[in-house]
Design a protein around this ligand. Sequence first.
Ligand code: TRP
Length: 480
Amino acid sequence: MVSKGAAMGSASAKEGWSSRSAFILAAVGAAVGLGNIWRFPTLAGENGGGAFVLVYVAFVALLGLPLVLAEIATGRIGQTDAVGSVRDVARRSNASTGWSITATLGTIGAFLILSFYSVVAGWVLYYAGVMGGELVSAIGRGDPLGGAFAGENNEQIQSRLGALLGNWPLLLGLHAAFMGVTWFVVSRGVHSGIEKAATILMPIFFFLLIGITIYGAFAGNFSEATAFLFTADFSKLTPQVINEALGQALFSLSLGVAGLITYGSYIKQSGGLGGTAATIALADTGVALLAGLMIFPIVFGASLDPAGGPTLVFQALPVAFQTMPGGALIGFLFFLLIFVAALTSSVSLLEVPTAWGKGELKWSRHTSATIFGLGAFGLGVFALLGYNVLSDVRPLGFWGIFENADILDTIDGFTGKIMLPVGVMILSIFIGWKADRKMMQAATGLSGGMFKLWRFLIAWLCPIAVGLVLLFGLFPGLLG
Ligand code: TRP
């Protein structure tokens, strides 16, 4: 099947994926990132484990999967940047082109997320360097399978994060390095940049993930970890927890900021997209759960607190790498794994505004990637200064839910709690109610019954569920 969009596609020199599997790899690379290995364990730990995990998985299946399909199909029809693609679907459906506001908001959102994502990825880079140094010194001692941080006490190990956050020139350098690599990949283009990076990095990622998980299962406390992650205590389910679970499902699948619309626009191949969307959602969720099974056995094995918060991965795990056999090596591989995952995701974030500059402003890819890369870098500089020079700044301090949020937390919270849900809500209303049904069925390639189910989830469940979560998340007072 050749979709209408592909048949009417623009210039022949248009960029695209070289195969269906290349697209899947790149999309899985975009989805799997800090969200899976840093954010998911943090939230699961803080929100009591099993019940949170269950709600998160339910959101992925009922809302995430249909939305992944909706975004990819929209991009495939439009064959251009996200704003242009939604506009194209609107035109072909005789709907207002004003619906493209969902993609405009998304493009801004991707730019904002990239700014702080690169800062956090810089911390990962730092820890990879620290653990690499520990590995080198373990080898120097003639004990390559020894632990890290020999002779240090827990406070000394954990103080590294605080020292890093206080050192803004170092943070700046790490942020610049990570953004530079991201820029390099994106400016090389879809085929020789993004696709190539994904085909090299994703196999390395899966190899490390499975290796460390198997290791942790033997070396850590696997039974306590599985009990924590998979036994649901429903008394822990508050509206806040449900809100966090929805936000995590959207963030982890890269939904709501036009990322998958953009990636979908590079699909030239024909064929249904249902299986492709399911593969992406399954792989992403599988990696999050595996990451939980990789991290929590180590956490419980070392008697650490699972509710350690955002610093769990950066402060708690290094303590475990001290006593764990092979700790220096495993620690180094662990941070390398997170770095690889973060890179294939940051690339997708920069690609959204880059494609927009190309499609809407007719800039060259190089110019567009440079301008938006530099812009996101500049905004990220404020986020990292928020830990030291500007630590008193609370950008949205007048707003209750952002009262105590520093600069980075404000950008994270504003995009995650507001922009992503609003983006998917507008998109689902548009696709569910306005987009031409025959065209959407052709673009998704779903059979009759599946198409009806998909449309029902997009038209009814998404707007209502996301709307309720937004309402109670933003106005907690409504629940008394
Ligand atoms: N999904 C990625 C992660 O889990 C982050 C990411 C990449 C993202 N592209 C996105 C998040 C688009 C929201 C929107 O780390």
